[in-house]
Design a protein around this ligand. Structure first.
Ligand code: PLP
Length: 779
């Protein structure tokens, strides 16, 4: 197998596969030697035509159809467009009446690839066809609802189903689907997306009345940019691209011969010439299942609470979709990546929202499974050595998560894996973010005491693990106010830790206490009433006992957000009180006070009072001593801002304040390339989570022999404290934050820059770019 990331284990084969050596050779040969144009009438052209037609023949044999029914395309997405366009365009030509309403429904299974639904919507729109699109449901196992299919098949014009699902590996019973739709008196055209099925299950279109089927080479260990369409003789056809009339006029344009040659090699392997029969897969079903067993055993050992999201009896052996309670897809992907395994997250998280997989959503899986889903997929050419190495790496990921107090259920013997060292102890502020809400844990490692602020439901497991694993005493669990958008999990945490919560008020403050002291005497925590966002809002102020100054940081709930203010239009808000609260805070805080808000809508993590006072528009105006903003004026402007919040609603979530995004504009994106980083001797800080840092071994790719300082993203407030108080003389250094792909480090670098720390940079592209040698980057 050809892979540039030699020491990585690639388990994301449903996204794309590494290319087989033989396939590469065929492409190179086509580029260097058989480079003629198959349409040319000289010998060079004839040679190329031979390759083209040979590949077509192999494709037709695998599917048991005629070579005339195979059309090469740039991939499955294009093949899907041709199929959908052909069908819809045929409707505009004929006046087919199927029922009394003259309705011709398009049926699409809810777990189809986005390319199918988008194509149907797009071409209906372009052709001005107002056809009803019916989405056929699936059950919790991903199996199509046959009753619904039967019901709608009566007046369906065409049906799109897939043979194997790309996210779950669920195999659709095409025979059963066929029997349902062929019961109808009229013909229903049937498009089957076979991208994930080729090379894994039998596809015999002599036995199955599929009209259109789509295929992609890069999912079967051949290159990207090539695929093919099976279009049954007699089914409507309409070209998407016209020109030279290649591919019987269905797909004009000079054929991608290197791609076709490379694909042909794989298709040839699926034609078991020795026995004169099609093998459907390069490995036997038993072999692939035994590979799956190895992976599944390792996963169960490393993560005993794992749940698999589809029944193995219904899936191809090469796809394993799972969720682990208490761990998000992003966290799991990051830790697998650091262990050297590439897998795919079942949900895509961006800076603003979490997009759950539409497939798992259609299966109505519980929210926690959607948040935590991972798809691990290997290919039919993945070797046993790779599977074994992958299983080892999974075990090390499980151990690293245990050693960093996250995966407490992991009980793998032989703990040969690196444990936490003293530098990995947490002392300071720990941030757990989920759906934009922050849970804060203040840990005093000297006295083994912690304070928990604004615990969300999503953070329960994590908080409980931190407390148990690090053997911390909980001095209090506090809420800054009654939250509108989520329930506090104070009770659940008390219960899980078997702590008594009697002697506290309803926001968690211990009765008869004016302040909370950590026994090591480092910090004291005071509370002040900050009514406004809600009338019961409190701020918890943390002071350094050795200094009698302003608080070093403050948990301000939703009163102050980074570049925003908490909304004041709830029934339990008080806008006038809010104005007074801002003035009160200004008397207490100094410019260096770090604000730890209850929400983080823009990946700022935390902010500084000095920055907000100057740049947070309304706050700056309200506190401006030279150009005083009167209460009435403040209220009017605040009401207007709050009225805008409904317009920026995020997927039905209640938003607790509006962000003034203009203050997030950057003059320059703070990135540094590896060459500059090495030449100018940047101070490197790894901002990945502890488990990732423990697992990672390739420090040499950024010129280091051992782990540099690790300040995980979840503890970034401690870096802000170091920078602002110049604790480690960092401020004089040029600091490069590093992570796996450069995304997380860039968010942090931007946030720190925003607060005025111009010495901070992010390593562009992270370890991913750095490990690619120049020739691999194509320069
Ligand atoms: N259909 C399925 C099921 C897929 O998994 C993919 C690729 O992700 C496609 C269609 C699109 O294939 P291509 O990348 O060749 O356009």
């Amino acid at each position: 197998m050809v892979t540039s990331l030699q020491n990585r284990i690639y388990f994301d084969c449903n996204a794309t596969t590494p290319i087989l050596e033989e396939s590469c050779r065929a492409a190179i040969c086509s580029m260097q030697r058989v480079y003629g144009n198959p349409s040319s009438t000289h010998m060079a052209g004839a040679e190329a035509k031979l390759i083209l037609e040979r590949s077509r023949t192999y494709a037709s044999r695998v599917l048991n159809v005629s070579p005339n029914e195979i059309f090469f395309t740039s991939g499955a997405t294009e093949a899907i467009q041709i199929s959908v366009l052909s069908l819809l365009q045929s409707l505009t030509k004929k006046n087919i009446k199927l029922n009394e309403n003259n309705e011709r429904k398009i049926l699409i299974a809810s777990t189809e690839h986005k390319a199918v639904l988008s194509a149907v919507e797009h071409w209906c729109h372009v052709l001005k066809l107002n056809l009803p699109i019916v989405v056929i449901e699936v059950n919790s196992g991903g199996i199509i609802n046959y009753d619904q299919l039967k019901f709608y098949a009566k007046d369906a014009f065409f049906l799109c189903t897939m043979a194997v699902n790309n996210e779950t590996g669920v195999i659709h019973n095409l025979k059963k689907i066929e029997s349902i739709i062929r019961e109808q008196s009229h013909h229903i055209y049937w498009l089957v997306d076979c991208v994930q099925a080729l090379g894994k299950i039998e596809l015999d279109f002599k036995k199955l009345s599929v009209d259109y089927a789509t295929f992609s080479a890069h999912k079967i260990h051949a290159p990207k940019g090539i695929g093919f369409l099976f279009l049954r003789e007699g089914a409507p056809r309409c070209p998407l691209i016209v020109g030279g009339g290649q591919e019987q006029g269905v797909r004009s344009g000079t054929e991608n011969l290197p791609g076709i040659a490379a694909l042909g090699v794989i298709l040839e392997m699926l034609n078991d010439r020795k026995n004169g029969k099609i093998v459907h897969s390069i490995r036997t079903e038993q072999e692939l299942q035994s590979f799956r067993d190895i992976i599944v055993n390792a996963l169960k050992k490393a993560f005993p609470t794992i749940e698999f999201n589809a029944d193995f009896k219904e899936t191809v052996a090469t796809t394993i979709n799972f969720s682990i309670f208490g761990l998000s897809s992003r966290e799991l992907m990051n830790v697998f990546d650091a262990a050297g395994i590439s897998v795919s997250g079942g949900s895509a998280c961006n800076s603003k929202s979490v997009n759950h997989s539409h497939v798992l959503t259609a299966m109505k899986l519980p929210e926690w499974k959607l948040n935590s889903a991972i798809r691990l997929s290997f290919g039919f050419a993945t070797t046993k050595d790779e599977i074994n190495a992958g299983a080892e790496a999974i075990l090390s990921a499980g151990k690293a998560l245990r050693n960093s107090c996250i995966n407490l259920t992991c009980n793998i013997e032989n703990n040969s894996f690196d444990s936490l060292s003293l530098q990995d102890e947490i002392h300071g502020v720990f941030q757990i973010s989920s759906h934009n809400a922050n849970t804060w844990v203040l840990i005093d490692n000297n006295s083994k005491t912690c304070l928990i602020v604004d615990p969300t439901q999503d953070s329960i497991e994590r908080v409980v693990n931190i407390v148990k694993c690090r053997k911390l005493n909980v001095c209090a669990i506090l809420d800054t106010h009654s939250h509108a958008d989520h329930e506090s999990s104070r009770k659940e945490i008390f219960n899980s830790l078997q702590l008594n919560d009697n002697a506290i008020d309803y926001l968690g403050w211990p009765n008869n206490e004016d302040l909370l002291k950590f026994s090591s005497q480092q910090w004291i925590v005071k509370r002040i009433s900050t009514p406004g966002h809600t009338l019961d809002s409190m701020a918890y102020l943390v002071y350094n006992l050795s200094e009698n100054k302003a608080p070093i940081f403050a948990f301000t709930g939703d009163t102050i957000l980074s570049s925003g203010l908490g909304r004041t239009d709830f029934g339990i808000s008080g806008i006038k009180q809010f104005y007074e609260t801002l003035h009160l805070l200004d008397k207490i805080f100094d410019n260096k006070t770090i604000i730890c808000p209850a929400h983080d809508y823009d990946n700022s993590f935390a902010t500084l009072w000095g920055f907000e006072r100057k740049n947070n528009n309304l706050l700056a105006k309200a506190l401006n001593t030279y150009n005083f903003m009167a209460l009435e004026e403040f209220c009017n402007e605040k009401k207007f801002i709050d009225s805008q919040i409904a317009l920026t609603s995020q997927q039905g979530q209640i938003i607790c304040g509006l962000i003034n995004t203009s203050s997030l504009d950057y003059k320059k994106i703070p990135i540094v390339d590896l060459e500059t980083l090495l030449k100018e001797n940047y101070y490197i800080i790894d901002i990945r989570e502890k488990a990732e840092s423990l697992l990672f071994k390739d420090w040499n790719v950024i010129g280091l022999e051992k782990r540099p300082m690790n300040i995980p993203k979840s503890q970034i407030v401690n870096l802000i404290i170091d920078l602002i108080h110049d604790n480690k003389s960092l401020i004089k250094e040029k600091i490069a934050l590093v992570c796996s792909t450069g995304n997380r480090s860039l968010f942090i670098a931007k946030s720190l820059r925003r607060m005025g720390f111009d010495c901070v940079w992010s390593l562009n592209g992270g370890f991913a770019y750095s490990r690619l040698k120049d020739d691999e980057q194509g320069f």
